[in-house]
Design a protein around this ligand. Structure first.
Ligand SMILES: Cc1cc2nc3c(=O)[nH]c(=O)nc-3n(C[C@H](O)[C@H](O)[C@H](O)COP(=O)(O)O)c2cc1C
Length: 361
């Protein structure tokens, strides 16, 4: 997730999964980077591809709109040993991206989509690097593309597909339509199908798998301020007892560790600016007091973070009503597309200017 799953957050999730469930079976995907920025070696993009020394597999997500740049980026990943897994994201619903035919608008162009997937697969041929593809149900209810996208990705050699079970028009609003994950599972028969949308608790993941027959799940907002969710998922999948959710004191320790890891990655100044949004997610549902929340929202140093966290009441148990969406929600809206975009699904012209930097999926 853009702005979230950097090396600091992934390290924290892996540590907590190890500590609380005794395993690290989750696949933690790097923040999305654009293929063009990678190929052009933009310093900020290169920094985003930082992985931990022990991190395995190193999973990199690409945002891309054209086969040639995709091929170049994937070759770079192979020859420079930048990652062990490539995921491609076609889920972004941001108007600035769809307006140019990128993100969740792109799978409508079936042939172009197929050429992009094929380019990444070709670039990784003969390596152990699997290519997986993530997309939404489609542009809106009148333009579903997920079944075609799944079949095309499968045909072109993707190792798995993941469906965020919303249309682009839905953005992050309403509920995900898990029924469409079941439909995709029926359509794609030779590679795993992963389901995504509205998993906030381990029980949601189990319910999604039971309801749809999907082979695994992808977590988005559920892990915002809840990096221990993966330990709960591991336990649920192996039938082990659910680890007890952390008390406020344990959450404070997790925030401190997160802050330290962010400071290592970004330096203390930027690390502290970055931890602020996470703190709001961490404290969601906990009693913390408006003054303390306000002070934490302005935290500037690790020392100050320590001092502020010390004033939390460590004994407060995890609140029962602390689940549900955090991060993006928003409301549904029509999708802005390039002029004439829906006229010809077989047109493979690379959309102009769609390889802009953006965030989200
Ligand atoms: C802050 C934020 C950043 C996101 N960034 C990405 C991203 O970089 N790549 C991606 O595939 N999806 C991204 N997503 C979408 C999530 O991966 C996921 O598909 C979506 O939130 C639906 O799942 P959920 O209901 O579990 O949140 C992002 C979502 C959020 C809230």
């Amino acid at each position: 997730m853009a702005g979230v799953t950097n090396v600091a957050f992934r390290t924290l999730c892996r540590e907590l999964e190890e500590e609380r469930a005794g395993t690290t079976s989750g696949l933690y995907v790097c923040e999305m980077v654009t293929a063009r920025a990678l190929v052009e070696r933009h310093p900020a993009t290169m920094h985003m591809t930082t992985f931990g020394p022990q991190e395995s597999p190193r999973s990199l997500q690409l945002y891309t709109v054209d086969p040639a740049t995709t091929y170049a980026a994937a070759r770079m990943i192979v020859t420079e040993d930048l990652a062990d897994h490539i995921d491609m994201n076609f889920g972004c619903p941001v108007p600035k991206v769809t307006r140019r035919g990128g993100g969740s608008a792109l799978p409508y162009k079936r042939r172009l989509f197929g050429q992009i997937v094929a380019a990444a697969v070709r670039a990784t041929e003969g390596t152990q690097i699997p290519v997986t593809v993530k997309f939404r149900i489609g542009i809106d209810d009148a333009h579903h593309t997920h079944l075609d996208a799944g079949r095309i990705a499968e045909q072109e050699g993707a190792a798995a597909v993941a469906l965020h079970a919303r249309t682009a028009a839905q953005r992050y609003s309403g509920t995900a339509d898990w029924e469409q994950i079941a439909r995709l599972k029926e359509a794609v028969t030779s590679i795993p199908v992963l389901g995504n949308g509205d998993i906030f608790e381990a029980t949601d993941a189990v319910a999604m798998m039971a309801a749809t027959g999907c082979d695994g799940v992808v977590i988005g907002r559920g892990c915002l301020g809840r990096p221990w969710l993966f330990a709960e998922l591991s336990a649920a999948f192996t039938g082990s007892p659910t680890p007890t959710p952390p008390t406020l004191g344990e959450v404070a320790d997790i925030i401190r560790r997160h802050g330290e890891l962010l400071a290592d990655h970004f330096g203390e100044d930027k690390g502290m600016r970055d931890i602020r949004k996470h703190i709001a997610w961490y404290l969601h549902g906990f009693p913390a007091g408006a003054d303390l929340r306000r002070a934490l929202a302005l935290v500037k140093s690790l020392d100050e973070l320590d001092r502020l966290l010390d004033s939390l009441d460590r004994d407060v148990p995890f609140p029962p009503a602390a689940g549900g969406p955090r991060g993006r929600q928003g409301s549904a809206a029509s999708v802005t597309l390039p002029e004439g975009w829906l006229d010809d699904p077989d047109d493979c012209t690379v959309p102009a200017g769609a390889d802009v930097m953006h965030s989200g999926g």
